[in-house]
Design a protein around this ligand. Structure first.
Ligand SMILES: [Fe+2]
Length: 215
């Protein structure tokens, strides 16, 4: 059984308030936004893209069983330093499955692979710079705090590779890559808080705005 699709309308309705709040902050002053910090791409960017390349990582086309793990929505806007939406930018995410396994031949950890997890997805922003993904709440694996990898590129921007983390995860303070972000504002900017969203049927949603440097 396939879950009700996450349409643009439903997502926008559910997040209008938080986005409006962020929008007013963006427009409030001339000061530049905090640039999203660069982070390592890591060894597990897909060697081969999955056949299903949409923004729903919980369902793989042709499979009737959804991914294991807690379903969440990650959404946000891609902006430039002045808060203008990054139009037609490409947002890619990739992450390990609920067992801590990446869908990558170099991940040889002895953990079962969840074939029903898409592992990677992409989205292209429209004129509002917004993106969203349905995926699973990221889990820790040995040596790493829970995180989702992002690669973002757009016609007028320097491409960015980064990672988002889960606010409050106890592993964050031991994570070498997270700790490598020296600027406290940049560190704060990659922490995402998930909260149950009643407009998404109680699915936890987390907002992660991404600020790119103009090329
Ligand atoms: Fe990773």
């Amino acid at each position: 059984m396939r879950a009700r699709p996450l349409t643009r309308r439903r997502l926008l309705a559910s997040t209008a308030a938080s986005l409006a709040a962020a929008g007013s902050a963006v427009g409030a002053g001339a000061s530049a936004l905090v640039l999203t910090p660069r982070q390592s791409r890591g060894p597990f960017y897909p060697a081969e893209y999955p056949l299903d390349q949409d923004n729903d990582l919980v369902h793989v086309e042709g499979r009737s069983v959804p991914a294991q793990g807690e379903v969440v929505v990650v959404h946000g806007r891609v902006l430039d330093e002045r808060g203008r939406p990054a139009v037609h930018s490409r947002v890619e995410i990739w992450q390990c499955d609920v067992n801590g396994r990446y869908h990558h031949p170099r991940d040889r950890r002895n953990a079962p692979l969840d074939e029903n997890f898409q592992g990677w997805g992409r989205f292209e922003t429209a004129s509002d710079g917004r993106y969203w993904f349905r995926t699973i709440r990221p889990v820790p694996y040995p040596g790493r705090a829970p995180h989702i990898h992002f690669a973002v590129s757009g016609p007028d921007f320097e491409p960015l590779v980064t990672q988002m983390y889960v606010d409050g995860a106890p592993e964050n303070e031991r994570d070498r890559l997270f700790r490598s972000i020296r600027d406290p504002r940049q560190r704060e900017s990659v922490l995402v808080r998930f909260a149950a969203d009643s407009d998404l049927g109680g699915v936890p949603a987390g907002a992660f705005d991404i600020v790119l440097r103009n090329a």
